[in-house]
Ligand binder design. Structure first.
Ligand SMILES: [Zn+2]
Length: 397
C-alpha cells in the first residue's frame, strides 16, 4: 500500500508529541499559540484533505481520464464511473462547485490527446485496496500526462455495487474531502453497519447508495463554490475553570448583512484525540436544537481505512431540529459544555441550509497526560485563553 502522505503524517505525529509535552509543562503562551496555529493548518479537514483546496480552482472543470477496465472487472464498472461523476456534479451544481468531465479514451489517439488535459486519473487495482493519491507529478514524469494529477486506484473485486461505492467515496477524496466521521459517505466506515471499516460484503450490498451529505456539500462549497453566501457566522468562545470542571462557552453569531438570509443550522466541534462521549456533558443548548456525537474511532481495516486519506476525529454536532429554529441573521445562540478536561485548540464549523460554512479555532476538552498538572497550568492561563479567538478567514468564502 502506497502511503503518499507519510511525511505529513510523521509531521503531525511530531506535532502531537510536542503538544503532549506542552500539556505537561509550563510554556510561554506565545509558543502555545504558535503551535496551535500550526497544528490547525495541518488538521483542517471537515472534510478538507490537507492542502487539497490548492489543487483545483473555484468553479473549475476537471478532466477525468479513466483507464479501460480490466477483463476481470465486473459488468457495470465503466457505468459506475459515470454514476459517481454525476453524483458529485449534481451535488455541487447548486453552488457552482467543481464539474467533472469524463474524457474520450475510445482510441489510442484519443487517449494520447486526453493525457494532455487530464486532472484526475482513475485506474484499476485488481485485488489491491483502493486508494487516492494527493495531486502529484507521477503521471507527468512516468505516464505521459501533461499536468500533475490526482491518481485514484479502484479495487475491482466484488460486484458493480462495490465498484460504485468505492468510486463515490474515492472521488470525494479526489475533489478534496478527507475522511469525516460526520459524513455517512466520507467516513472510514462508510457503508459498514459496525464501527469497523466496510467489508466486501458491505460494499456488494444491494442497499441504497449513500449520496453526498450536507457536510460534504459544505466542504465542497467552501473550497470550490462560486455562488454568494446566504449565511455567514462567527464564534466567540472561551473556557473557564469553575473549581470542579472546565466550562466551555460558545457564542455562535449569524451576521446580519445585506444578502445574508439563511440561518445557521449546524455548529460542529472536532473533538480532540481521545475525547469520547463520556468525557464531557452538554450543559447548554438552544431550544429546538439537539446534539449528536459522531465517533471517529474506527476499528482498523476495511475498504476505506487505509486509502490514502487521514483518520477522522470524532465530532460533536449541534443541529437545529428545523431551519426555523436556526440562528437567524443578527442572532447569537449559546452552546455550553462542561468537562474535567482542560482546554485544547481544535476546529469548529457551521453549516446552513444552503451549505454555507465558516470555520473557527476554538477551545474544547483535551486529554492530557497529567490532568492535575494541566489543571494548575490551565488555571494560571485561564485569563489568557478565554480571550483567545481566531477566525480562519482564509478558508471561508
Ligand atoms: Zn477514504
Amino acid at each position: 500500500m502506497i502511503q503518499p502522505d507519510r511525511g505529513s503524517r510523521a509531521l503531525a505525529g511530531l506535532v502531537a508529541q510536542v503538544a503532549k509535552w506542552i500539556h505537561g509543562s509550563i510554556v510561554p503562551i506565545a509558543l502555545l499559540a504558535a503551535l496551535a496555529g500550526f497544528t490547525a493548518s495541518q488538521a483542517f479537514a471537515w472534510t478538507k484533505w490537507d492542502d487539497a483546496d490548492k489543487w483545483w480552482t473555484k468553479g473549475g472543470t476537471l478532466n477525468v481520464y479513466v483507464e479501460d477496465p480490466p477483463a476481470g472487472a465486473p459488468a457495470g464498472t465503466s457505468a459506475a464511473v459515470d454514476e459517481a461523476i454525476k453524483e458529485w456534479n449534481d451535488a455541487q451544481a447548486p453552488f457552482g462547485g467543481l464539474k467533472l468531465v469524463r474524457q474520450d479514451t475510445s482510441s489510442d489517439d484519443k487517449k494520447k490527446e486526453a493525457k494532455k488535459t487530464a486532472d484526475i486519473h482513475i485506474s484499476w487495482t485488481g485485488a489491491t485496496d483502493s486508494e487516492t493519491n494527493k495531486k502529484d507529478a507521477v503521471d507527468k514524469t512516468s505516464n505521459g500526462f501533461t499536468k500533475e494529477t490526482v491518481r485514484v486506484g479502484i479495487k475491482t473485486t466484488g460486484n458493480s455495487n462495490a465498484i460504485t461505492r468505492r468510486l463515490k467515496h474515492e472521488i470525494g477524496h479526489a475533489e478534496g474531502l478527507d475522511h469525516d466521521a460526520r459524513s455517512a459517505l466520507m467516513r472510514e466506515n462508510a457503508y459498514s453497519k459496525t464501527n469497523a471499516g466496510p467489508t466486501l460484503a458491505d460494499l456488494n450490498s444491494a442497499d441504497p447508495f449513500i449520496s453526498p451529505t450536507d457536510d460534504d456539500k459544505a466542504g465542497k462549497k467552501s473550497m470550490w463554490g462560486t455562488t454568494k453566501k446566504l449565511s455567514e457566522s462567527e464564534d466567540a468562545s472561551g473556557a473557564v475553570f469553575n473549581g470542579t470542571n472546565w466550562v466551555y462557552d460558545y457564542n455562535v453569531h449569524a451576521l446580519d448583512l445585506p444578502g445574508l438570509t439563511d440561518p445557521v443550522t449546524e455548529f460542529s466541534i472536532q473533538l480532540l484525540s481521545g475525547i469520547g462521549l463520556g468525557d464531557f456533558s452538554v450543559t447548554g443548548i438552544p431550544t429546538g436544537w439537539h446534539s449528536v456525537f459522531f465517533d471517529g474511532n474506527i476499528i482498523p481495516g476495511g475498504e476505506f481505512s487505509d486509502d490514502g486519506a487521514d483518520p477522522s476525529p470524532s465530532v460533536l454536532s449541534f443541529l437545529a431540529d428545523l431551519p426555523s429554529f436556526g440562528i437567524q441573521p443578527g442572532q447569537t445562540f449559546n452552546f455550553e459544555l462542561a468537562s474535567p478536561f482542560a482546554p485544547g485548540n481544535t476546529r469548529a464549523f457551521t453549516n446552513s441550509p444552503s451549505f454555507d460554512s465558516d470555520e473557527f479555532i476554538i477551545q474544547a476538552p483535551s486529554r492530557a497526560p497529567e490532568p492535575s498538572t494541566l489543571a494548575l497550568l490551565a488555571s494560571a492561563l485561564a485569563g489568557l485563553v478565554t480571550t483567545w479567538r481566531v477566525r480562519q478567514s482564509a478558508v471561508t468564502i
